[in-house]
Design a protein around this ligand. Structure first.
Ligand SMILES: Nc1ncnc2c1ncn2[C@@H]1O[C@H](COP(=O)(O)OP(=O)(O)OP(=O)(O)O)[C@@H](O)[C@H]1O
Ligand SMILES: [Mg+2]
Length: 306
């Protein structure tokens, strides 16, 4: 049985199709990252899977339970950290965590034990007794993740768990997610491609409500990225040479200390020889492996979204 299985799940807002007939299967124990530009439909999909929003067509099953018919069962199995952090600002960390724990019928003892552990991991212990309204954005985010974990759910939905976190906190959160990975099924959304690349078992790229690419990060790079890039280090490439390069190759970008050139069928030697022939001293030229971000941009384009 899949942990999550969607069947043509769709959500419209008047004329706008935010999620457009998605069929997706996520296995038990899998860490699946949903990547996509702003407005692609990630949060809408997550909200439907968490029974916070009704699909307008299709449905999904969480551990075999239909989200449209059995939301009570589904809610018992999942933990959610929403994109817009929802906390009770007048309560402190312990009280916020206890609220969720009680909702899931944990004993006071259990709540306390779990809270202690989570507050420590999330680096919130020192401020745990303070009202949440005095917290920074990053601290609120970390508390929100802790709240999604109090009842030790089998399935975790993390909608941009590292949004607005500083690099230290982001690492701490990702390390924690990596630890959870072994025991839980996790669906997360993120705009941090590097993190998705290193942690995900599989990723799906969503654009305009549809899954447009699906696979392990390695498969995505192999199957969806066409073209190669070469990074050349060379000083003082004059404007006319840059212009000529632009005329020959698909993408040419001046970098700090040289130029990066991408093209479908790139001839490494041809580029270096051409630069030599123009009297440019090349100190190094290396073939660049595509990153998940390269794949993302190639698939979803460069146009800014809403
Ligand atoms: N309650 C709503 N009413 C009307 N339109 C909505 C509503 N919620 C979402 N939308 C629209 O649905 C589309 C998808 O939004 P969604 O929040 O799912 O995107 P997202 O992929 O999570 O984007 P982001 O990366 O910015 O968080 C957007 O065009 C958005 O404006
Ligand atoms: Mg979102």
């Amino acid at each position: 049985m899949d942990a999550i299985g969607t069947m043509n799940i769709t959500r419209k807002f008047n004329d706008l199709v935010a999620v457009d007939g998605i069929n997706l299967k996520i296995r038990k124990g899998e860490l699946f990252s949903l990547l996509g530009p702003n407005g692609a439909g990630k949060t809408t999909l997550v909200r439907m899977l968490c029974c916070l929003l009704q699909p307008t067509a299709g449905t999904a099953f969480i551990m075999g339970h239909d989200i449209t018919k059995d939301s009570f069962k589904v809610k018992g199995l999942i933990g959610v950290s929403p994109q817009d952090t929802v906390l009770s600002e007048r309560l402190n960390c312990w009280e916020n965590l206890s609220l969720v724990g009680k909702m899931h019928r944990l004993s006071s003892e259990e709540v306390r034990e779990r809270s202690k552990e989570l507050l420590q991991t999330m680096g919130l212990m020192e401020r745990a007794g303070e009202q949440v309204k005095t917290f920074s954005g990053g601290m609120k985010r970390r508390l929100s993740i802790a709240m999604s974990l109090v009842h030790d759910p089998a399935i975790l939905f993390l909608d941009e768990p590292t949004l607005g976190l500083d690099p230290q906190a982001r690492r701490a959160v990702w390390e924690h997610i990596a630890l959870l990975k072994k025991e839980k099924t996790i669906l997360l959304t993120t705009h941090y491609m590097e993190e998705a690349d290193s942690l995900s078992d599989r990723s799906g790229i969503i654009d305009e409500g549809k899954i447009v690419a699906l696979g392990t990060p390695e498969e995505l790079k192999r199957d969806f990225f066409t073209g190669r890039s070469i990074v050349v280090r060379a000083e003082n490439i004059p404007a006319d040479v840059m212009q000529e390069l632009c005329g020959r190759y698909a993408r040419v970008e001046r970098t700090n200390g040289g130029v990066e050139i991408s093209h479908g069928d790139l001839d490494f030697h041809e580029i270096v020889e051409y630069l030599f022939s123009r009297g440019i001293i090349v100190s190094s030229a290396t073939l660049k492996q595509p990153t998940l971000e390269d794949v993302f941009i190639q698939i979803t384009g460069k146009k800014l979204r809403e």
